[in-house]
Design a protein around this ligand. Structure first.
Ligand code: XIL
Length: 373
């Protein structure tokens, strides 16, 4: 009863405070309490006005983390670049540093676009991730794929590529995706020009060459669907454990984190499940980066699917926040309209944090809130 009355009284007081615009209230016949006597009084509570300029990179920096975005065709456009530098503290080239772009002929390296992105990152206090030194047969130049090279020559080509590219950026790239997507869903080594000719040893060759070319760059193994427990995740863990045991350099694991919300709202592991996956790799001594995050949804999504999508962004971000080794969350594009999802997964879209007019979506707020901003 007494508690109820006290609540009722304070509500009246609060109401009168609100009515007269706040300030000290003295009940007739009583001595006003000081803030030392009762720090819970309205007059003693300092409220922080939310900073309208607070951005993803600002709130992430308070936790010692980076928030990044991949940039591609829209890079250079004024509004795009303004949002990029305002919201993000890390960038990665969506395509510009892949083999076909950067090494189009055996004796030709084309660094211009990656260099422009790096210059932008440096001018705006951002880190740059390098992506990617070795991939399967995707976005590979035909001179390489169709060259018919024997093992010795191919190994030398691989080492030369890494020595040249990593060497060009020596001291400037924060982290390299050294090898991308080496495992199949069953956890086997995926077929590629590399594995077909060099066996699985190409992975080790690549990491050793990268370390030699830039001892300061963090070296990552990067893949998709590692977010789910199973054979593929186990193979990545085994690769890392083997590298650690044998002294092969590796610093981190990249979870591409291309997620899909299914029609029934399922598809993304919850925060606890993701946390334990990230922790598994943290326990192996790895830094964790979410490297290509997007959460696609049906273009005809229901309100329930949209809600599941917002929850997913919150869960994914929250899981990273729960694991100290998780130090970067990189989204694969800034706006929904530039996302690779639209062309790659017909019927799906709305996969990123901003709409096509750079409006902040519910996903943006979910991420920012989960970071703690
Ligand atoms: C995608 C790019 O976003 C597209 O523009 C390109 O056409 C294909 O590649 N995994 C990766 C990324 O590691 O490099 C891919 O990027 C998306 C899947």
């Amino acid at each position: 009863m007494r508690a109820t009355r006290r609540v009722a009284l304070s509500m009246v007081l609060l109401a009168s405070l609100a009515a007269c615009g706040g300030g000290d209230v003295t009940i007739p016949g009583s001595t006003p309490k000081t803030c030392v006597d009762d720090p819970t009084q309205t007059k003693c509570i300092t409220t922080t006005t939310p900073n309208p300029d607070s951005t993803l990179r600002i709130v992430a920096a308070k936790t010692g983390r980076y928030v990044g975005a991949s940039v591609d065709a829209l890079f250079g456009q004024a509004t795009y670049n303004a949002v990029l530098s305002k919201e993000f503290s890390m960038l990665v080239a969506g395509n510009a540093q892949k083999w076909d772009a950067i090494h189009p002929a055996r004796a030709t390296f084309n660094y211009a676009r990656g260099d422009a992105m790096l210059a932008f990152a440096q001018a705006n206090g951002m880190k740059m991730r390098g992506h990617t030194l070795v991939w399967l047969n995707s976005q590979m130049p035909s001179w390489l794929i169709n060259g018919g090279f024997g093992a010795d020559t191919l190994a030398q080509i691989l080492k030369d590529h890494i020595t040249s590219v990593v060497g060009h950026y020596r001291g400037t790239i924060y982290a390299w995706d050294v090898v991308n997507e080496s495992f199949t869903g069953n956890g086997a080594i995926a077929a590629s020009v590399w594995s077909n000719t060099l066996g699985k040893g190409y992975i080790e060759t690549a990491f050793r060459a990268a370390r030699a070319a830039d001892p300061a760059a963090l070296l990552f193994y990067n893949d998709y669907n590692l977010e789910y427990n199973g054979a593929k995740q186990d193979s990545a863990a085994a690769l890392i454990a083997d590298f650690k045991a044998r002294g092969v350099p590796i610093d981190g694991i990249g979870f591409q984190a291309h997620f899909q919300i299914n029609a029934d709202g399922s598809g993304v592991p919850d925060k606890a499940a993701l946390t334990s996956v990230f922790q598994r790799f943290a326990n192996l001594g790895m830094k964790i980066h979410l490297t290509e995050l997007d959460v696609r949804i049906r273009t005809t999504a229901s309100a329930a699917e949209l809600a599941a999508q917002t929850k997913a962004w919150s869960d994914i971000t929250g899981a990273c926040m729960a694991v100290p080794a998780c130090e970067a969350i990189v989204v694969w594009g800034i706006t929904d309209t530039e996302s690779w999802v639209n062309a790659t997964f017909p019927g799906y879209g709305s996969a990123l944090l901003f709409d096509g007019s750079f409006g902040k979506k519910a996903s943006y707020t979910a991420v920012k809130t989960a970071i703690g901003g």
